[in-house]
Design a binder for this molecule. Structure first.
Ligand code: G6P
Length: 590
């Protein structure tokens, strides 16, 4: 998954595209490039490295012209090299293209096109400018050529194309990769997400699969694959640009961890009728299946416990990447609850599309307004937590949990009580952050030489162990496993040596005693025990104190010190927690 952005207007385009690329860097950051159109000439600079590195070397913003397209890459096909970086061009260097997605049939297309044109990169994307060239040579305009070219592509794409023969124009197309147009005054934008141009405009049009968009300053036209014009009014997005800045913090992740009390309150701002209806759907539907990837799957696992424990309703969680393999058992009596911060995770979209085709009802829990998942769903509950930029999800996790609490309490007709409880928990979360924020850097210093971490918990707390381990893996590059504490003795105990860190999430709830016996097993093998609990125990070598809350709410408070610990471990190791190697925030490829 990569990030793409284009600008067409009266201002100098490259600096605007460069700034937008920095906002898109969460989607990939192994190479970057910009191409601009100036007086009928195409100019281009690209290289490997993060955007700031490429910019320092090539001064990307200095490219002249009022029309430009840019790309930040996360390599899928072809190594991280300058030739493989985007934009890619045709042989005459008259057509430049940036692409996000994967062209599945690139090999046969390449074999055919190589008879006429020479390729310089190993990427799947390079077939696109050559295909456009082929159609333009037959007399097509840029727009017609893009339309003809995409008919030959299989796979997923969001494409922006510019041509020396059509100044002041960007042509864009999408299938299964996000693309949104921004309408300013005398200027327009097109990008992988709204954040990249939010500073300039919040009037947007979400592009649908199969549509071809032409941008010419503020004139934006949309056609379907048959060339029929599609009228579409822009809509307003109410995210604020300031939400996408660090506001004094060194890293976005720190800022996003610290703003969790606020995020919890924002997640409470829901249409109560919608929550009640969704809760009734959960109770009434024969089969309820939750799906999500990474952090969002962990939130879904906690949701499953809540539905059972509070609402008395059994449901199951299937991970996003496996979900479509279960489509045979998904039918009209199934409610699918799809959880995704971005709403663009390809694995989830694939499963949800199949479920929908089988007649299932789709309820989604999403942060990004207007995202592909939101638009596919019958009902959408938004997190309202503002942009999350750090690759490792933090505030979106607690916001997703809040939505699950609301649904569970609505199932027993106690929505108001649930809302009240979460409001007061948001105040406790502030204290929790302050207390653990002060002790976690020192603990991280002591642990920074360790390579293996085991997180254990039971019942409703087990997914917190999984989520905490994921945080440590993602940003501190350690081997970390989260598991139900009872499973330790079924294999993993063999890996415990002297001073191996075992993090036990054992609040003083119904899981406490059983988890403590697993702590004893690990301790007897020499483990270094870090207890996350409201109760201190002799067996703890370190104690991360959390507030005492009602049993069902422990996941909301016990994740906090563990997010901080992962963050502080990354910082202690000199790593950038916002941009972990090999990972991207929004995974729009399968
Ligand atoms: C990627 C990110 C994870 C995230 C997951 C799901 O793998 O690196 O941090 O949890 O995608 O993202 P979503 O936007 O669907 O919640």
């Amino acid at each position: 998954m990569c990030g793409i952005i284009g600008y067409c207007g009266e201002k100098s385009a490259a600096p605007i595209v460069l700034e937008g690329l920095k906002r898109l860097e969460y989607r990939g950051y192994d190479s970057a490039g910009i191409a601009s159109l100036c007086d009928g000439r195409l100019l281009m600079k690209k290289d490997v490295g993060k955007i700031d590195e490429v910019n320092q070397k090539h001064n990307l913003g200095s490219l002249l012209g009022n029309t430009a397209i840019g790309h930040t890459r996360w390599a899928t096909h072809g190594g991280v090299t300058q030739d493989n970086a985007h934009p890619h061009c045709d042989c005459k260097r008259e057509i430049f293209v940036v692409h996000n997605g994967i062209i599945e049939n690139h090999q046969p297309l390449r074999h055919r096109l190589e008879r006429k044109y020479s390729f310089v990169s190993e990427t799947d994307s390079e077939v696109i400018p050559h295909l456009i060239r082929e159609f333009m040579d037959m007399g097509s305009s840029l727009e017609q050529a893009v339309c003809q070219a995409v008919k030959e592509l299989r796979g997923s794409y969001a494409i922006l194309a510019i041509s020396a023969s059509e100044p002041q124009k960007i042509v864009a197309a999408r299938k299964d990769s996000p693309l949104v147009v921004g309408i300013g005054s005398g200027e327009s934008f097109v990008a992988s997400d709204v954040l990249s141009f939010l500073k300039h405009t919040n009037r947007v049009i979400f592009v649908e699969d199969g549509e071809i968009v032409s941008l010419n300053n503020d004139k934006v036209t949309i056609h379907d694959g048959e060339g029929r014009q599609i009228p579409r009014e822009p809509q307003k997005v109410d995210w604020k640009w300031s939400g996408a800045t660090k506001q004094g913090y060194e890293f976005f992740m720190r800022k996003e961890i610290m703003e969790q009390p606020w995020a919890m309150r924002c997640a409470l701002m829901q249409d109560r009728g919608l929550i009640m209806e969704a809760a009734m759907d959960i109770l009434r539907t024969r089969q309820v299946v939750l799906t999500g990837c990474g952090t969002s799957r962990h939130a879904a696992l906690i949701g499953r416990y809540l539905f059972s424990k509070v609402g008395g309703k059994f449901s199951d969680v299937i991970m996003g990447s496996e979900f479509h393999h279960f489509s045979d058992s998904i039918h009209k009596d199934t409610l699918v609850i799809a959880v995704s911060q971005s709403g663009e995770t390809a694995d989830i979209l694939e499963g949800v599309k199949k479920a929908k085709a089988n007649g299932a009802t789709i309820l989604s829990i999403v942060n990004v307004v207007g995202s592909s998942l939101a638009r596919l769903s019958d009902k959408v509950v938004y997190l309202n937590c503002g942009p999350e930029i750090g690759v490792a999800a933090t505030k979106s996790f607690v916001s997703e949990l809040v939505i699950f609490y609301l649904l569970a309490f609505a199932m027993i007709n106690q929505l108001r009580e649930g809302m009240r409880a979460i409001k007061s928990l948001s105040l406790l979360t502030r204290k929790n952050l302050n207390h653990n924020g002060a002790i976690s850097p020192e603990l991280a210093q002591g642990l920074k030489g360790k390579n293996d971490f085991y997180y254990i918990a039971r019942g409703i707390n087990f997914a917190t162990a999984m989520e905490a381990a994921l945080k440590a893996k993602e940003i501190a590059y350690v081997h970390a496993e989260g598991m139900p504490a009872g499973e330790l003795k079924h294999g993993t105990l063999a890996l415990i040596e002297q001073k191996t860190p075992v993090i036990a999430i054992c609040p003083a709830d119904y899981t406490f005693e059983e988890t403590m016996s697993n702590v004893a097993e690990a301790k007897a093998r020499g483990a270094f025990i870090i207890g996350v609990s409201d109760r201190n125990e002799e067996s703890f070598d370190e104690w991360l104190k959390i507030p005492t809350v009602e049993e069902v709410f422990y996941p909301l408070v016990s994740i906090v010190p563990l997010q901080l610990l992962a963050y502080d471990l990354a910082v202690a190791k000199g790593l950038d927690p916002d941009k972990p190697r090999n990972l991207a925030k929004s995974v729009t490829v399968k």
